[in-house]
Design a protein around this ligand. Structure first.
Ligand code: GCU
Length: 670
């Protein structure tokens, strides 16, 4: 349809007749040896896809007559060296004499394999000589919904929460099923239904009934449900006087709670916890540390196989000298003290989902504690739902960063996939951008960020370009002009947004609390670490946050040689320059420009790039359905205005500090 509801599962009719014949050869008859609820899902998806793409409903037939066989390994003759690689979620797709076989150790593996086959079909790839072995590189690939029980969504820009608590458990919205399909199609296998700023209510029996209903819907799609656990829940809903993790009555309360949850949801995933951060309660309220808190919850979940995801996004109410250092300072000393079913969930960068951040110094620094990645998919600081910003290049930059924890090639990706430190638990979380908007994500192109997150969680080594290519083909078709133009547009979009918002390592210049648009001049909030001025500190002498050894010394939290690279303005990558250094306006950049000129150039260039995106998109009018084309066009017009807003606001303000004239060819603010 034209409204975007179908996401990347559009299954557009295949018009090229030879390609259509080719696919008809494979999808006309199939054989599926599996008989559980997941097999029902597989059959349904095949029927939906084949009827939409090819105008047929595949016949179920005997194995020898079928052109497509979908069966777990014990039904087939698959060599052990292959089955050994598949684990519980992987699959093997092969083609032999006109027959395509999808096999796996489990029916979830078959579902993932089926989706892979359908992806290839949507992309117009031939199926005749396939030999694909795929298995996920991380165990828990999880969305974090920052959704409240009143259906508002913290930092959600796509309508309201899709969880209709009022009508659950009795009413199962079709959206839940389509949500599960979309996630399964990209390998997402878990979801946290509730906000990290948790409300303990969700742990009461009335809500658990509703959670159970959702878990039942998601189970055949391989998706496990998790909940946020408010640390003070024993007080708020349990009637206890304390939530001290070492108090026996508190431990018993959580054990009973876990028992209750698992009696209803036997495959419940576990808890996500934000504690002692931004006013949330936590173990430190009782003089205990993060390990005491996390381990207490972990012990309650352990008999049932549950996991605690304890967030490292902490910063205290006391004024820190540099908020960027706090997570490392609090967590690194606890390495090795967490029980085996605890993971620490770390944001990609040390501040807070800024347009661009250097990687978080905790990656590589906790060899004895499994760390999982937390990316933000919803664009809190990146234009929210009015701007086209494809985030995979940002995720990729972080994942490919070298921590040097064990010498060269100790990438963040190798921390996350567990290979660097031999983690037994691995995972990646994405703060969801999903809401009740017809197209799910507000901006039609923001669907690509959900897609990219899932693909990178499955394999953190994938590249942004390949992911864009897959998504575009499934979402907009295989026309060369369409694929090339949108791909270029998407791949430049993040760098463009960084240019007109926070170039050269600037950060947190956004308007207070809503984070929409520029407000670098705000310098008088009650807390320094919420104040834009604190992050750029511009004055007549220059601009930037000194995090070197003469400043906050945050650079020392990185391993050598990263620490010294960041510490020296000559070796620090220019993209992070003002993150780590306070420099004079007139200092020289590698290009020969002064810092002031370079800043102006970035803001100006960001605007120019948005205009180029508008022009590129215009060219696609004949190739894309009216509704989606029009909607992206309108949003790009807004984005242009917002880019100008950023440029004018920031440059005017910075000029009031630098006192320097606009460089030539710079459009002066109006
Ligand atoms: C950001 C965001 C908050 C959120 C917090 C978190 O600060 O603005 O809304 O609660 O991150 O990740 O916990």
């Amino acid at each position: 349809s034209e409204n975007g509801y179908d996401l990347w599962l559009r299954y557009a009719p295949i018009t090229d007749s030879s390609l259509k014949d080719h696919y008809l050869d494979y999808f006309t008859s199939f054989h599926c040896i599996a008989d559980d609820p997941t097999a029902v899902v597989i059959r349904k998806e095949l029927a939906l896809a084949a009827s939409s793409m090819l105008g047929i409903i595949p016949n179920e037939t005997s194995r020898s007559k079928a052109s497509l066989v979908i069966a777990t390994v014990e039904n087939l003759d698959i060599p052990a060296n292959i089955t050994n690689q598949l684990g519980t979620e992987g699959y093997y797709i092969s083609a032999n004499r006109g027959q395509v076989t999808v096999t796996a150790n489990t029916s979830i593996g078959l579902l993932y394999g089926t989706y892979h086959l359908l992806r290839l079909t949507q992309m117009g790839e031939p199926l005749g000589s396939l030999s694909i072995i795929e298995a996920p590189k991380t165990k828990i690939r999880i969305l974090n919904h920052w959704d409240n029980l009143d259906r508002s969504s913290e930092r959600g820009y796509a309508g309201f929460s899709i969880w209709d608590w009022h009508r659950l458990p009795g009413y199962i919205d079709q959206r839940y099923i389509d949500y599960a399909r979309a996630n399964a199609s990209i390998g997402i296998n878990a979801t946290v239904l509730t906000n990290v700023n948790a409300n303990a209510q969700v742990l009461t029996p009335m809500y658990l009934e509703k959670v159970k209903a959702l878990a039942d819907v998601f189970r055949p799609y391989g998706i496990r449900v998790y909940l946020t656990a408010r640390f003070s829940a024993p007080i708020e809903i349990g009637g206890l006087k304390t939530a001290d993790p070492l108090a026996p009555e508190v431990q018993t309360w959580w054990q009973k709670k876990a028992e209750e949850i698992y009696s209803m949801i036997p495959d419940f995933g576990g808890f996500l916890v934000k504690a002692n951060s931004e006013g949330q309660p936590g173990p430190q309220n009782y003089g205990r540390n993060h390990a005491d808190g996390a381990n207490m919850l972990a012990d309650a979940l352990r008999p049932f196989g549950g996991t605690v995801m304890w967030r490292a996004f902490v910063y205290s109410d006391e004024e820190p000298d540099d908020r960027a250092k706090q997570a490392y300072n609090e967590f690194k000393p606890l390495d090795g003290q967490f029980h085996e079913n605890v993971m620490i969930q770390v944001k990609n960068g040390p501040i807070d989902f800024q347009p661009r951040e250097p990687f978080h110094p905790l990656f590589g620094a906790m060899p004895n504690t499994p760390l999982m990645m937390e990316f933000q998919i919803t664009q809190e600081y990146l234009g929210q739902a009015t701007q086209l910003v494809y985030l995979a290049p940002m995720y990729e930059e972080c994942l490919q960063s070298d921590t040097y924890a064990k010498g060269e090639s100790s990438t963040v990706a190798s921390v996350i996939d567990g290979t660097l430190h031999d983690y037994q638990l691995t995972g990646m979380a994405g703060v969801a951008n999903i809401g009740t908007d017809i197209n799910w994500t507000g901006h039609p192109m923001a669907q690509s960020n959900w897609y990219a997150f899932g693909r990178l969680a499955w394999n953190p080594q994938l590249d942004a370009q390949q992911i864009a290519d897959e998504w575009i083909r499934a979402t907009f078709g295989n026309e060369r002009k369409v694929v090339e133009t949108i791909s270029e547009l998407m791949l430049n979009s993040w760098e463009t947004a960084v240019s007109y918002m926070t170039p050269l390592g600037l950060h947190h210049l956004m308007g207070t609390s809503h984070h929409y648009g520029p407000a670098p001049w705000v310098d008088n909030l009650s807390r320094a670490d919420w104040t834009p001025y604190y992050y750029h500190k511009s004055n007549q002498g220059g601009i930037g946050f000194d995090r070197t050894s003469t400043g906050s010394n945050a650079t020392s939290q990185y391993f050598p040689p990263v620490a010294s690279t960041f510490n020296d303005p000559d070796s620090c990558p220019e993209k992070f320059l003002l993150w780590f250094h306070h420099l004079p306006w007139t200092c020289k950049m590698k290009s020969g420009k002064t810092l002031w000129e370079a800043l102006a150039y970035h803001y100006q260039n960001g605007v120019a790039e948005v205009r180029r995106m508008q022009a590129q998109w215009k060219q696609l009018k004949p190739y894309i359905d009216h509704e989606r084309h029009q909607s992206v066009s309108m949003l790009l017009d807004i984005q242009e205005q917002e880019a100008i807003w950023w440029k004018d606001a920031c440059m005017s303000y910075f000029q009031s500090k630098s006192g320097l004239p606009y460089p030539e060819a710079m459009e002066a603010p109006q």
